[in-house]
Design a protein around this ligand. Structure first.
Ligand code: GLN
Length: 203
């Protein structure tokens, strides 16, 4: 939501966390989605807690969740996100980081009541594309060492399953946080980025 400052309305800002991984693709997709929606939002690559505090939404890309998680923790990025209640859209490694638990011992943000299984679909060479369904539409799922959902807290009323593939949950939302196991930034379809932007704007 736009925050009112002393002089006027501050521009809404989406930060793409730029620590490691597929950052530029998310930047481009977010810009494209903003253009399609015809809204006025600034997109910024962000690396430190101070930059993140001023964002209205954060996107965490795929990459190596152990590396990204360590930097998030060291830089106090997790604290900044929690304190400012900033919605996060996490893809692949980003999904892992949003969770409370994985099958590895690694720093996580724990923003969602989910437990994630890493590398559910095998190693890099087992990467694949498959049609999936999300928001009632067909979408190209690009899976690269993708995680899947191990479990979620069924007592939480704010959790929504967004997509399943092969019997497994591959996209889930809690509040305004969204975790998906595949890579929408590697497609031409801005559907999921548009959805997150609307969540950020609360429209
Ligand atoms: N398997 C990776 C991890 O858990 C994620 C892979 C990806 O983001 N493409 O860190």
């Amino acid at each position: 939501m736009a925050k009112i400052s002393g002089i006027g309305v501050k521009m809404v800002k989406i930060g793409i966390l730029n620590l490691q991984g597929a950052v530029s693709e998310h930047y481009d997709m977010t810009k494209k989605a903003i253009g399609k929606l015809g809204v006025d939002i600034e997109v910024k690559s962000v690396k430190y807690a101070e930059d993140i505090e001023t964002c209205d939404g954060i996107i965490i890309s795929g990459g190596e969740s152990t590396v990204i998680g360590k930097l998030i923790h060291e830089r106090g990025i997790d604290k900044a996100i929690k304190q400012n209640n900033i919605p996060v859209f996490g893809t692949c490694a980003g999904m892992v980081l949003l969770g409370k638990k994985t099958d590895f011992d690694q720093p996580l943000m724990g923003l969602m009541d989910i437990s994630v299984k890493r590398n559910r679909y095998g190693s890099q060479k087992n990467s694949f594309e498959a049609p999936i369904e999300i928001f009632g539409q067909e979408y190209l799922g690009v899976f690269i060492r993708a995680p899947s959902l191990e479990s979620y807290d069924r007592t939480k009323k704010d959790i929504k399953i967004l997509s399943k593939f092969d019997g497994e949950i591959i996209a889930i939302q809690q509040g305004r946080n969204i975790a998906i196991s595949f890579h929408p930034e590697l497609t031409d379809d801005t559907l999921i980025h548009e959805y997150f932007i609307k969540e950020v704007l609360a429209i």
